[in-house]
Design a protein around this ligand. Structure first.
Ligand SMILES: [Zn+2]
Ligand SMILES: [Zn+2]
Length: 346
């Protein structure tokens, strides 16, 4: 069986029926699975998704402070930019293009660290990266961890129900997980530690990294704009952390065929290019499925890609040593040839 078929922990309802069709559990079943797999008292190996949601819960008090104490046009504007553009673009730069697709390389560990820490630490890399490789291998097929055909809740709860790595990998398979994560700089559990904790990441290190990151950013925001700015941006990060969980459902057209002629060139799955995720986070998702290893996804003139601008800036500064850019290949294959054929037929 291919590695990507079993590297993720299967949900109790399974990925597919005996006839090969996708299992589509109801909302109640999905919620029950979610609560079971967050229960760390039942199984300590559930710690990582629990930790991820714990961070979101910790941001709720900041949301109340923002809404009821510090709300003003300035804090609203700052929160809007932080949640919509900064957190989203950072997700694309770090979790997506670097950690998963290795679309570019840092010159050294310092710049990798700076890039990793650019925003509040919320989504564990391991939950994002391994499952995202599976998403590309099985887009819109059974086994896709956020298969939009499973419905909104199937995708929204995926980081707990479908994305964590399997808890019973053999040592050689765990080593393959290590190889997929090594360049991120996150230190791996040994196989013995993995057998104990069920994860690549170590809980002690993860908690320490979380506290240091949040402590640093609270202090930095406080120095820039007092508790008002700090609470507003922490609240904004919480809003993003919940909102981003809806992206995969939207990015694959809610499981329906929403691809448009002249907009979405990749027809192997149901991914679509959408203006909003494109403008705020560089997620031109149909382009991305066409060229997943490209450090740029905005290929057409109007397709602003801020994640790409950051990677290019770091390249100019010498902090990024190399990157891959598939814009020319895309234009040659899908735009220029289309013009030529159009020309020939007229
Ligand atoms: Zn996708
Ligand atoms: Zn991807």
């Amino acid at each position: 069986m291919p590695f990507l078929d079993y590297v993720l922990q299967s949900p109790s309802y399974g990925w597919q029926c005996e006839n090969g069709k996708l299992v589509r559990p109801g909302k109640g079943v999905l919620l029950k699975e979610f609560l079971n797999r967050l229960n760390v008292f039942n199984d300590r190996k559930n710690w990582l998704p629990f930790f991820s949601w714990l961070k979101v819960i910790c941001l709720v008090p900041f949301l109340f402070l923002f809404l009821f104490k510090y709300l003003s046009p300035v804090t609203f504007g700052a929160a809007f930019i932080y949640s919509m553009m900064i957190m989203g673009t950072h997700g694309t730069i770090w979790h997506h293009r670097y950690c998963t697709h290795g679309a570019y390389k840092f010159k050294n560990a310092f710049w990798r660290f700076v890039t990793q820490q650019l925003t509040l630490n919320i989504i564990p890399e391991e939950i994002y990266v391994i499952s995202h490789h599976v998403h590309h291998a099985k887009s819109d097929q059974p086994g896709d961890p956020y298969n939009a055909q499973g419905g909104f809740w199937y995708c929204f709860l995926a980081d707990v129900n479908h994305q964590p790595i399997a808890k019973d990998l053999a040592e050689a398979d765990y080593q393959r997980v290590q190889r997929l994560m090594a360049h991120t700089g996150i230190k791996a559990n040994t196989y013995q530690q993995y057998q104990h904790w069920g994860s690549y990441a170590n809980p002690v290190r993860s908690v320490a990294a979380w506290l240091l990151n949040w402590g640093f950013w609270y202090m930095a925001f406080y120095l820039m704009g007092g508790h008002a700015l700090a609470c507003s941006l922490f609240a904004a990060a919480g809003i993003w952390a919940v909102g981003v969980r809806t992206f995969n459902y939207d990015g694959h057209g809610h499981g329906k065929d929403k691809q448009r002629e002249g907009v979405d060139y990749n027809r192997n799955d149901r991914s679509i290019n959408q203006l909003w995720p494109g403008y705020v986070a560089g997620e031109w998702h149909n382009n991305h499925h066409l060229y997943p290893k490209s450090a740029r996804s905005g290929f057409k003139a109007h397709q602003l890609d801020m994640a790409w601008l950051y990677i290019r800036l770091l390249y100019r500064l010498g902090a990024v040593s190399s990157y891959r850019d598939d814009k020319r290949t895309f234009l040659a294959k899908y735009i220029q040839t289309a013009h030529v054929t159009q020309h020939e037929t007229t």
